[in-house]
Design a protein around this ligand. Structure first.
Ligand code: GLU
Length: 327
């Protein structure tokens, strides 16, 4: 009895010691940071893994230990960074713009003035996949179908709503909209529970591999009536789905759509030292970093400074000035 009480006390002390230095501010020589990502079958999750790998390799030098958290996506990540629950998060470039300017999902909460940009990463396309047996050949065919537009914390939900708007359709009345997390969507399509789903994501990714290699055949659907979208929102650009990445899909040739970029965000409250170290390790080891996911193949140091709309975090800015990437 006495012994078990003592071990409980010891356990409690250990737990307290660890939680005591679990945040970025605390601990003189050790700093723990968490990177918010997305669903495990997307690209954000391995992206967080790749970034943390670069930083953690230099633990002896910086004393920084980065860990990755699977989350609901961009909107969740921005809000968790602002609440101080995450130090970093992968965030769609359109979401970064909206959060910093207090539009879309942040219209009520207002401008997220402490949001800071670190760098941008891979391109993401607003991707629509439909089951072959659902009778969806064009975007307009979504009318009356069961369509997953994404969970409220995701980036894709807003993109799907914008796409329907561009086609003069309404998610509330024209379709039966589901709000499932991206990681569940592929299985739901295969199980016949949904007809189609949207996912704003880099390619290739596990979600569409899973959804195009099951018994229920599926194909990507073009979202190409987008002139009004590109005109209205500066953060959207024309893009496509590289169909050859998914040999199981019933398409022939790439499918046009629109897209954004994945970016890394943080808060003005995160220290310059931590952001500097993380930025430096990714940029100085860019070839190794690019080898960690095929979606990173197109990255260059210069491209990683494009597509940012929140101010650069001073820690990242310091590194970019040092190496002459900005003047
Ligand atoms: N773009 C998605 C989002 O913001 C996540 C994509 C991914 O996990 O790769 O929610």
């Amino acid at each position: 009895m006495k012994k078990s009480f003592m071990s409980l006390v010891v356990l409690l002390a250990v737990v307290l010691a660890f939680t005591g230095c679990s945040k970025e501010e605390s601990g003189a020589s050790r700093t723990f940071v968490t990177i918010g990502t997305g669903g495990v079958t997307g690209v954000y999750y391995p992206t967080g893994g790749a970034i943390s790998k670069m930083v953690n390799k230099k633990y002896d030098e910086y004393g920084i230990k980065a860990t990755v958290e699977s989350t609901g996506g961009s909107v969740f990540n921005v809000n968790a960074i602002m609440a101080g629950d995450l130090e970093f998060g992968v965030v769609q470039s359109d979401r970064q713009f909206q959060a910093y300017n207090g539009t879309a999902d942040w219209e009520e909460a207002g401008a997220q003035e402490k949001l800071r940009a670190v760098f941008s990463i891979h391109p993401e396309s607003v991707t629509l996949l439909a089951a072959d047996d659902a009778g969806i050949e064009s975007f307009e065919d979504l009318k009356g179908k069961v369509v997953n537009i994404g969970n409220p914390g995701s980036g894709q939900r807003g993109n799907a709503i914008d796409a329907f708007e561009a086609y003069g359709m309404d998610v509330e009345t024209d379709i039966s909209a589901e709000g499932l997390k991206a990681a569940e969507a592929a299985k739901m399509l295969q199980d016949g529970r949904i007809d189609a789903y949207f996912y704003t994501v880099g390619h290739p990714n596990g979600s569409f591999k899973e959804a195009t290699s099951g018994a229920r055949k599926a194909h990507f659907v073009a979202i190409d009536d987008i002139d009004s979208l590109l005109e209205k929102y500066s953060y959207y650009a024309a893009s496509y789905v590289p169909v050859s990445e998914y040999p199981g899909a019933s398409n022939e040739g790439n499918v046009n759509t629109f897209g954004v970029k994945a970016t890394l965000c943080t808060s003005a409250d995160v220290s310059d030292e931590v952001v500097y170290a993380l930025t430096k390790e990714v940029f100085e080891n860019l070839d190794e970093f690019k080898g960690l996911h095929p979606a990173f193949a197109v990255l260059t140091q210069e491209s990683m400074l494009a597509g940012l709309s929140a101010p650069l975090h001073p820690g990242a800015e310091k590194y970019y000035r040092e190496v002459g990437l900005i003047k």
